[in-house]
Design a protein around this ligand. Sequence first.
Ligand code: GDP
Length: 305
Amino acid sequence: MVRLRDRLARSGSPLGARLLSVLSRDTLTEDDWDELEETLLLADIGTGPAEELLEALRTRVRVLGVREPDAVRELLRSELLKVVDPTLDRSLALERPVVDGVTKPAVVLVVGVNGTGKTTTVGKLARVLVAEDRSVVLGAADTFRAAAADQLQTWGARVGVETVRSEREGGDPAAVAFDAVRTGSTRGTDVVLVDTAGRLQNKAGLMDELGKISRVVTREAPLGEVLLVLDATTGQNGMQQAKVFGEVAGVTGIVLTKLDGTAKGGIVVAVQRELGVPVKLVGLGEGPDDLAPFDAEQFVDGLLG
Ligand code: GDP
């Protein structure tokens, strides 16, 4: 997996550049503090966290009598790190559960709005797991979009794992998810990754569908992870989606995709607070190796540039 910091740094974080230009002034005026806040808001950190962070920073700057921009930057770094929260457990629950004396596959349900990068994330994650010598089966439970199962199957072939799919378009997504988990069970597979559909027009429909998938799958094996895929470039819109999925899907972790295309990585802070679950993985491109575990320190250093 790629190093998050290098990739964020390569994408030329405007947050870092803007912060540096403010912090390089000899003394910070009220206008400078306003500009700092605006910069944090532009990075999608969210109003509450931005205000709290700057309040803490101002207090520390005052108490410590810090003036030099480098020292203020160091304080900002430590405050940013606090709000990103390096203490959260970001590991994936991939241990195989034992049900009635039988070892089952670890099941990972991948949810999120269409276009956020679900299928790509499933493919990349499969590749990581295979590289770790784990066996993987993919389940194409997005049966609504004609191309979705094909796309997943292409990823499966690329990384050398089997894809379980419906024979016909419009098949029952829960049935496909169940088949995938059953196949994994029968074969003694380590991990089953289930790709789902994400039509948000109708919250009740989405709730029904994800509820049914999880009910049916858990007849065979418990859910290890429910990963919500969010597109980092969608900003506050992404927050709305996150809330809906948080309500309907019992999300255990977030995958923030397309961080390569934005300086708005601050959404990490907002989304963790709103959902109360950690960002566990980040997508840094369209290629098979462009997935990285989220690392708070690397992330903050990347943001600061
Ligand atoms: P889905 O509808 O949620 O399954 O989304 P897809 O997996 O089909 O992805 C939608 C588009 O986003 C595709 O063109 C992907 O190549 C692209 N994509 C996915 N993840 C990333 C990422 O981390 N960075 C970039 N730049 N593009 C991504």
